[in-house]
Write a protein that binds this ligand. Structure first.
Ligand code: ADP
Ligand code: ADP
Length: 230
């Protein structure tokens, strides 16, 4: 079963005037795949991200997440499915500035349906995984931008989501920190994580095993690397 399967999924904002932000598209993201979606400003990336991230429902088509038909869900079930199956990584890190890295990761699991007893061990494991075992007690105010984004990635990973959904994850980072974060995503991919990353930057997009282009709301396959799951 693909992690993400879009069948003729599209979204038209009602307006007036109506805006066809995402034209009906087909997409399957397989387990362990690393797919990047690249497009210029206004091309429909946020619309696409919001649909895949279960933040917005499409106005057309069927979206299956890990085999679950998301169209049939009520709001509360959609939110619960999002919390359990999707880890979000954004451009801005949205960390609690005066809580430790460990608390940032632990506290977020309250909203993701992770049993209380598992939160601390999973947070420690996730922070270790992103190379921050020695920074667990530091608040974001004492971490570099790259370290903050790694805390945010640990927060996304800790609930053990089926999909890591990244929106311009290097957008606020300098070159060295951006390279480190992309290197970490490569490692997570090598470990079998399923990653979908949205970016306006073709160089960043080239880091994926497979790249989808989006232009004027139209999705098209651009590149598949040899040996990719797709
Ligand atoms: P991107 O993230 O690539 O910049 P968006 O998905 O934000 O693109 O936007 C795609 C198109 O949909 C654009 O033409 C944008 O103006 C339009 N759009 C985005 N949000 C809305 C909205 N809430 N209502 C109407 N049009 C919108
Ligand atoms: P952009 O990528 O457009 O610069 P952000 O990455 O800061 O903006 O956030 C995109 C959207 O996701 C915003 O609406 C923000 O409120 C929401 N958001 C950001 N971080 C989180 C998070 N950790 N959990 C849930 N929603 C978030």
């Amino acid at each position: 079963v693909p992690v993400v399967e879009l069948r003729q999924v599209g979204l038209t904002y009602p307006g007036p005037p109506p805006v066809a932000a995402l034209r009906p598209c087909e997409l399957a993201v397989e387990r362990g795949d690393f797919v990047t979606v690249v497009g210029p400003s206004g091309s429909g990336k946020s619309t696409f991200l919001n649909i895949v991230g279960l933040l917005d429902a499409p106005t057309e088509g069927t979206y299956l997440l890990d085999g679950h038909d998301t169209g049939a869900l009520r709001d509360a079930d959609r939110t619960a499915l999002r919390g359990r199956r999707i880890g979000f990584v954004f451009q801005s890190f949205h960390l609690l500035p005066h809580r430790s890295a460990l608390e940032n990761v632990t506290l977020s699991m309250v909203y993701n349906g992770v049993p209380r007893a598992q939160r601390l061990p999973r947070a420690r494991e996730a922070l270790t995984r992103v190379g921050l075992a020695h920074r667990m007690d530091s608040p974001p105010t004492r971490l570099s931008g790259g370290e903050r984004q790694r805390v945010a990635i640990a927060r996304a990973l800790a609930p053990q989501p089926a999909l890591l959904l990244c929106d311009e994850p290097t957008g606020n980072l300098d070159t060295a920190n951006a390279a480190a974060v992309l290197g970490l995503l490569d490692e997570l991919h090598a470990d079998g994580m399923t990653i979908l990353m949205i970016t306006h930057d073709p160089e960043v997009a080239a880091r994926g095993a497979r790249t989808i282009a989006i232009r004027d709301g139209v999705l098209s396959e651009q590149r598949v690397r040899e040996g990719s799951a797709a």
